[in-house]
Design a protein. Sequence first.
Length: 100
Amino acid sequence: MGVNGPLAAALDVSQGEETVYLGNVLPSLFVIIKQIEGQKLQHCGLLQTTLIEALKKRFEPQLDFENKSCEEFVLASLSHPRFKLDWVPHEHVDQFRNLF
């Protein structure tokens, strides 16, 4: 799988489903970013870095957990039976439990 593989797979899933829920957004973003960061690339390091930075910049309001603007995304993901707290970074588990 190349640098764009995780992103392409997530797009295929979201486009193939009849209904995509708001609760899918944050867990999908975390998985995509984690998979791209975890790749050991010899020749595409700049592409890897640029893609991660672009995703973080584009979804900055949703990924800024200190900001209230992400709360609806967090609540939607926490209440989704498929994700719950499984996607939450360890340092934010208590914060999100209190929010929920």
